[in-house]
Design a protein around this ligand. Structure first.
Ligand code: MG
Length: 371
C-alpha cells in the first residue's frame, strides 16, 4: 500500500472533571489526530502527547511538526506490504514516540481495514473484554476524595488508582482503605519522591496496595531497586518504560515486578508488543496505561491490552469518565470491563460532527516537503 494524502487535526475535548496531576491541572484535553488516505482506503491515528513538556519531552507541537515536516514526507511514494514496516522508515522515531504511534496506528487502521481484519486480532489479542480501572487525580481534601472514589465504585470500577505525592499519601490512603476495605487500590507518584523517602513509602505497606507506580524519577532505577528490596508493596515502573531496551534493563536489574506500557510513550504498537513479550518471558505482570486518549487512541490501546500478557486492569476507563462527547462511538463500561473492538482496522468510526463540535483545525500535509 501507499500513502496518497494526509492531514493533521487539532481538537479540544472538554474534560468532564478537571484532572489534577503532579505535572498539570487540565480541564481541556487537546489532542492531535492523523488522518491518512491510501490506495487501499483511509486510516486514523492519534497523537496523545500533552500540549506542554513535563510528563514527557515530546509535546503536541513538536510531534505535529515532526509528522508534517519529516515523517509523512519520508513515507511519500513508498510502497509497503504491512504496517509493521513503517516504523523503521521514520528516522529518529525513538525521540518522537507519540508521533510514531500516531503514524503506525493510522497505517495499521488503513491496511487492516482493507483486509477486513481487526487490530486486536492482528496484534495477537485473545480477549473480547479487558478489565479496566479508573484514575483519581489530586483532590482538595480527603472528604472530596472519598466522594469521588465512591462515585466510581458505584459506576462499577473495581480497581482505583490514586495519585500521590509528598504531603498527600498515607493519610488519604488510610482513609480510603477504611472506607473501602476490599477495594483494589494502587497509587501513582509520577516520580515525585526521592530515595530519602523510602522509609516513608514503606508506611504504605499496611494499606495493602496492588502496587506503587513510579515513586522515583524515570532515570533513577537504583532507588526503585532499593524500594523493591524493602517494601512489601510491589513496585511498578511507568515513565521509566520508554522502550523495550529500557524495560529489559529495569526487569534484569530487579527494579520492578510490574510494568505499565503506553504505546504513545514507547513509539507505537510494535514496540509495546515487544515489551509485552519481554514481560511474558520474564514473568512480570503488565498493564496498559492511559494518556486521556480520545476514542481513536483508546481503540488502539484496548486492542493492545487484549494480548494475554496484560495480566492487570488497564488505565483505560469508559469514555464518559473523561468526555461528555467523544469523537467516536463511546467505550462503555460492561461490569468493570471494556469491549475490545472487533471491526476492521481499529474498529471505531470518527464522527465528523463531533470533530466540528470540538473545533477541529485541519492541516493538509505536503507529502513532497521532504523530496
Ligand atoms: Mg503513571
Amino acid at each position: 500500500m501507499k500513502i496518497e494524502a494526509a492531514e493533521t487535526l487539532r481538537i479540544q475535548l472538554p474534560l468532564v472533571n478537571p484532572f489534577h496531576t503532579v505535572h498539570s491541572e487540565q480541564s481541556m484535553r487537546e489532542l492531535m489526530l492523523l488522518h491518512i488516505t491510501t490506495d487501499l482506503g483511509d486510516g486514523w491515528g492519534e497523537c496523545s502527547a500533552f500540549p506542554t513538556a513535563g510528563y514527557s519531552q515530546e509535546t503536541l507541537d513538536s510531534a505535529q511538526n515532526k509528522i508534517e515536516s519529516a515523517f509523512l514526507p519520508a513515507l511519500a511514494g513508498v510502497e509497503f506490504d504491512e504496517w509493521r514496516e513503517v516504523r523503521d522508515l521514520l528516522v529518529g522515531w525513538e525521540q518522537s514516540p507519540a508521533a510514531t504511534h500516531a503514524i503506525e496506528t493510522a497505517v495499521a487502521d488503513a491496511s487492516l481495514a482493507a483486509l477486513g481484519r481487526s487490530l486486536a486480532d492482528d496484534l495477537g489479542g485473545t480477549k473480547s473484554l479487558i478489565q479496566v480501572g479508573v484514575v483519581v487525580g489530586f483532590e482538595s481534601d480527603i472528604e472530596t476524595l472519598l466522594g469521588v472514589v465512591a462515585g466510581y465504585v458505584a459506576d462499577g470500577y473495581k480497581r482505583v488508582k490514586v495519585k500521590i505525592r509528598p504531603g498527600w499519601d498515607i493519610d488519604p490512603l488510610q482513609a480510603l482503605r477504611s472506607a473501602f476495605p476490599s477495594l483494589a487500590l494502587q497509587v501513582d507518584a509520577n516520580g515525585s519522591y526521592s530515595a530519602a523517602d523510602i522509609e516513608r513509602l514503606c508506611g504504605l505497606d499496611a494499606i495493602e496496595l496492588l502496587m506503587i507506580e513510579q515513586p522515583f524519577p524515570a532515570d533513577d532505577l537504583e532507588a526503585h531497586l532499593k524500594l523493591a528490596g524493602v517494601s512489601a508493596t510491589p513496585v511498578c515502573l511507568d515513565e521509566s518504560i520508554t522502550s523495550s531496551t529500557a524495560a529489559r534493563r529495569a526487569i534484569e536489574m530487579g527494579a520492578c515486578s510490574i510494568v505499565s506500557v503506553k504505546p504513545s510513550m514507547v513509539g507505537g504498537l510494535s514496540e509495546a508488543v515487544a515489551i509485552h513479550d519481554l514481560c511474558v518471558d520474564a514473568g512480570i505482570d503488565l498493564w496498559c496505561g492511559g494518556m486521556l486518549e480520545s476514542g481513536i487512541g483508546r481503540a488502539a490501546a484496548v486492542a493492545l491490552a487484549s494480548l494475554p500478557g496484560f495480566t492487570l486492569a488497564a488505565d483505560l476507563s469508559a469514555s464518559d469518565r473523561y468526555f461528555a462527547r467523544d469523537i467516536t462511538e463511546p467505550f462503555l463500561l460492561e461490569g468493570s470491563a471494556l469491549r475490545v473492538p472487533n471491526g476492521p482496522g481499529i474498529g471505531v468510526h470518527v464522527e465528523n460532527d463531533a470533530l466540528l463540535e470540538h473545533g477541529a483545525v485541519r492541516r493538509t500535509i505536503d507529502l513532497t516537503a521532504g523530496l
